[in-house]
Design a protein around this ligand. Structure first.
Ligand code: ZN
Length: 582
């Protein structure tokens, strides 16, 4: 892995980049006053509510709440990981991305020899399935599973014969080859020196990357050895948290895949393919990771997870749902299907046939439905307490959904379920750390709209949109003394701007990427106070004044509540000053 990208570089990069160019190249923008507009690429709409501010270097959608910087836009729109988005902008700006650590000094290893070695190994396993004297046990197993020669060839199945060194002898026992075979996990090093083959007496399933190169193997045992399924270990080529078995073949079979079925093992993938269901993939001995899902969502919009119907299957589904939630931007769909007790996809497709099985896939439960069904099992919606519990359970999960129509819809559904106004719910969900008026019931809220926001929020929002306001802050100490939600974040923003007064709003936001308070900061940045541009300075000063008053009140309160004889001379003078000033 390359080292961390220094935040000063991000500041510079964002200062040299114009978000308008970045977005306009992908979503044509129209100038409207000081800002630029388009129909939102993240939700479906007919009149533009997607706005790009050249001054602030933000984009913001008034329809779905999508929001971010040029880096954030590339990550969302192009589905790029953070470093890739930075590389892309840097290339356009004609600069090189520096890394904090020295790892970038090392030239990147050329992996080509390892790839070609794996190809050779894969060919050898295939050859053994055809010609090894003991191939019969392997062939009998595949036949018993109903696999045709055509499917075996399509997935490149092979055979690792019984014995400790067949592969090693066949591929090469010279030092270099031995070392490469060990690095790729094909050989295991003995404690007293020497090596032995990892895969023995197993059906071999080569694992391909999306470009079709062999990066590792899975092996299904033929005898009684343990474990039943064995995978290549992590290696320079193979990262199980990123790879999906069968994806290469699924894409090869159909370039325009619309859905993928995620199953548990390679045998399921191959068995389903035998029955004409050629869009299933399997994770490799690991739970689904965000990398897996991103990989799929790059070209497929609908992902159906297939789990056992038992407790363990349900738990795995909840885990997969949690992983999927932050990735569910509009247009993406995640569903769950649960198998009858004791069945796996392999057994079920064989007893039921293709049509029945595909019927089950088409009847899979949408994530939204599964989400609320799960919650309702944990809280009784018929009681007030239960409904409150439900909101508090839903809150951390829904707040991780990307902005968009899907999130809106989930809020709506939650609000219907607990009989609270949608606005109350979404406000509640999206502002975990900033105080808000307490949740109100439908009847009570109608005449209480337009309540003014907290001074912390106003100050944060004003600073985020207008970093130059930092000059107006002359007294920081009293603010630091305040005990209240949002204060530590406000102080950090102030201190960051005092150290780096020239940060653009976008660069300021980027400094919080990946941190716990990132979400809160984004929410505040999105939140458009009904303040005209000219009034911002005044609003900001008002908020700071309010906070200074709060600080004084808290100090008075704390001094006043202590016995007078415990106060130092200094504290007494202070208390006197405070009291006489009131
Ligand atoms: Zn939108």
């Amino acid at each position: 892995m390359a080292g961390r990208i220094p935040s000063t570089f991000i500041d510079e990069l964002l200062a040299r980049t114009d978000i308008v160019d970045v977005i306009d190249a992908r979503v044509p923008l129209i100038k409207k006053g000081r800002e630029f507009q388009a129909c939102c690429p993240f939700h479906h709409e007919k009149t533009p509510s997607f706005t790009v501010s050249q001054v602030k270097q933000f984009y913001h959608c008034f329809g779905c709440g999508a929001h971010g910087t040029a880096i954030g836009f590339l990550m969302e729109y192009e589905n790029m990981p953070f470093p890739e988005a930075v590389e892309d902008l840097a290339a356009k700006a004609g600069t090189e991305v520096p890394r904090d650590e020295d790892e970038n000094d090392k030239p990147r290893e050329n992996l080509a020899p390892l790839f070609s070695l794996m190809e050779q190994v894969s060919d050898w396993y295939k050859q053994q399935l055809k010609s090894h004297p003991q191939k019969e046990s392997a062939i009998a197993y595949l036949k018993q599973r109903g696999l045709s020669g055509e499917i075996a060839a399509r997935y490149g199945l092979g055979f690792a014969p019984e014995g400790w060194s067949h592969l090693h002898e066949a591929i090469g026992e010279d030092n270099n080859t031995t070392q490469q075979l060990t690095r790729t996990g094909m050989l295991i090093e003995k404690e007293n020196g020497g090596h032995y083959d990892r895969f023995r007496n197993r059906i071999i399933f080569p694992i391909h990357d999306t470009r079709g190169r062999v990066i590792g193997f899975g092996g299904r045992v033929l005898g009684d050895d343990k474990p039943k399924y064995l995978n290549s270990p992590e290696s320079p080529l193979f990262h199980k948290g990123q790879e999906l078995y069968g994806l290469y073949q699924a894409r090869k079979n159909n370039r325009n895949l619309t859905q993928a079925l995620v199953v548990e093992g390679y045998m399921d993938v191959v068995a389903l393919a035998q029955f004409g269901i050629r869009y299933s993939v399997a994770t490799l001995g690991t739970a689904t990771t965000p990398d897996h899902l991103n990989q799929l969502f790059r070209s497929i919009s609908r992902i159906v997870f297939c789990f056992d119907g038992d407790r363990a299957g349900r738990d795995a589904a909840v885990k997969a749902m949690d992983t999927a939630i932050p990735l569910l931007r509009d247009g993406r769909e995640v569903l769950f299907m649960f198998l009858p007790d004791g069945e796996d996809p392999d057994s079920l497709v064989r007893t039921e046939g293709t049509q029945q099985f595909e019927q089950r896939i088409s009847e899979a439960i949408p994530l939204s439905q599964f989400f609320f069904a799960q919650l309702e099992q944990q809280a009784d919606i018929h009681s007030l307490d239960g409904r409150a519990k439900l909101v508090s359970l839903a809150r951390p999960k829904l707040s991780r959904l990307p902005a968009g129509m899907f999130r809106e819809m989930m809020f709506k559904q939650l609000s219907n379920l607990v009989d609270l106004e949608e606005e109350t719910i979404s406000g509640h969900l999206l502002e975990p750390d900033i105080p808000k008026p307490a949740t109100r019931t439908k009847q009570a809220s109608s005449n209480q709209r337009g309540q003014s926001p907290s001074p912390v929020r106003t100050a944060l929002s004003a600073l985020l949109h207008n970093p130059h306001l930092i000059e107006q802050i002359t007294e920081l100490e009293p603010l630091k003394q305040i005990d209240g939600p949002g204060i530590p974040l406000l102080i950090e923003v102030i201190e960051t701007l005092q150290q780096h007064p020239n940060l653009t709003p976008a660069a300021l936001l980027e400094r919080w990427r990946g941190r716990e308070s990132e979400g809160v900061l984004h929410k505040v940045a999105q939140w458009n106070p009904p303040i005209p541009e000219e009034g911002i300075e005044h609003e900001f000063q008002g908020a700071i004044k309010q906070l200074l008053a709060l600080s004084r009140d808290q100090l008075t309160e704390s001094l006043y509540s202590r016995p007078l004889n415990e106060l130092s001379a200094e504290e007494r003078t202070k208390l006197q000053q405070l009291l006489s000033a009131q």
